[in-house]
Design a protein around this ligand. Structure first.
Ligand SMILES: Cc1ncc(COP(=O)(O)O)c(C=O)c1O
Length: 363
């Protein structure tokens, strides 16, 4: 019934003095992941580098051998330039006229599928829609006309199902794109198609450059274990034990009392919640690591806190580090595990961490 080791000194890290939760970003892991990926490599650092911090992730990717950086928006390109990054930039998203001006001001190449944008931008990558059905043109004559322009510097497409091994669409898209590249018949263009899954799955999809995002961050595009591809997760998410209390058998916890203690237990409160991007769908549906051991979070995830059942006897103390994603001792929780519990993909788990979670890059 007593908490063991009461006299132990607190392990609350200095990192939490000014923050409730911190995402530590291992830039060395990003660098090593890039070094392992095929070259030439365009590292995709859109959406704040998939939640990892775009400028520092970009610098680490370049140090790991990336030659290009890709973003979705003109603003993201401008942000990289403001951070002093001089590498070749590609803006992949749809652009308004105003955004196009921002992209060009950032000296970025842009992706085109209309005459209008192709006529305005000095360096364009022509995108053929071979089956993604999102951006790019399906009109092959238009794509051939755009590709024949002197300002065309690249040809590209994007795969819809590269992460679904054994599907037929991937091969069909690849063949279709190959035919297009042959029909264009220029050997002065950079031809690129592969995202992370394609890059890892099929060397035949690499062409002149791969465009990898998720793998750069050590996340598995196939939602399994990134180690299977020699990739190291770069992001770990940590918080701390801010409060400890005793629950008697039958007592409930949190909004709606969605969990009740069957037996007496110690309960830790950890200051991270859906206001930080730790989603409410993880209610009664996640583990955390404290002192190298897994413990279940119990009760509803609230905006600012989660609660963790520690059992009837515990050595855990106020200030102990709590790992929500990452390693502690011999244990680890992958973003892929969190994604599975949420019924989503690892991309959304890291990208969904909100600005309230401080990013702390380290080497
Ligand atoms: C056009 C394009 N290329 C490449 C990527 C990188 O994909 P991944 O993160 O799966 O490697 C993305 C990301 O969604 C994209 O939109």
């Amino acid at each position: 019934m007593t908490r063991a080791s009461r006299g132990r000194c607190t392990r609350r890290s200095d990192a939490f003095r000014d923050g409730r939760a911190v995402a530590r970003i291992d830039l060395g892991a990003i660098e090593r992941n890039c070094a392992r990926l095929p070259k030439p490599l365009c590292a995709v650092v859109k959406a704040n580098g998939y939640g990892h911090g775009s400028a520092s992730a970009a610098e680490a990717a370049l140090a790991g051998g990336a030659d290009w950086l890709a973003v979705a928006t003109a603003g993201e390109a401008a942000e990289l330039r403001a951070a002093g990054i001089e590498a070749q930039l590609l803006v992949m998203g749809a652009l308004t006229k105003d955004e196009l001006a921002i992209a060009l001001n950032a000296d970025a190449d842009v992706v085109v599928w209309t005459e209008e944008i192709a006529a305005t931008a000095p360096r364009v990558h022509v995108k053929l829609d071979t089956g993604m059905g999102r951006l790019g043109t399906k009109d092959r004559d238009l794509a051939l006309r755009l590709a024949a322009r002197p300002n065309a510097v690249g040809l590209m497409t994007h795969f819809a199902t590269a992460d679904e091994r054994g599907d037929e669409l991937f091969d069909a898209q690849l063949s279709d794109f190959r035919r297009f590249v042959d029909d264009v018949g220029r050997d002065d263009l950079i031809v690129h198609a592969a995202n992370s899954a394609a890059a890892l799955r099929d060397p035949g999809s690499h062409f002149d450059m791969v465009r990898c995002g998720v793998a750069v961050y050590g996340l598995d595009p196939f939602q399994q274990d990134p180690a299977a591809h020699g990739l190291e997760p770069a992001l770990s998410l940590q918080s701390w034990v801010a409060s400890i209390r005793r629950l008697e058998g039958g007592e409930g916890v949190g909004y709606g009392h969605t969990w009740r203690a069957e037996e007496p237990t110690w309960l830790a409160t950890v200051p991270i919640g859906y206001g930080d991007g730790w989603r409410r769908g993880l209610t009664n549906n996640a583990d955390v690591l404290i002192r190298g051991r897994r413990h279940p979070t119990v009760g509803s995830v609230s905006m600012d806190n989660v609660t963790v059942a520690l059992g009837d006897d515990t050595d855990i103390e106020l200030g102990d580090e709590v790992v929500l994603i990452g390693r502690q001792g011999e244990e680890r929780i992958l973003a892929e595990e969190v994604a599975r519990r949420l019924g989503t993909i690892n991309y959304e788990v890291t990208t969904g961490l909100l600005a309230r979670v401080r990013r702390e890059p380290f080497r």
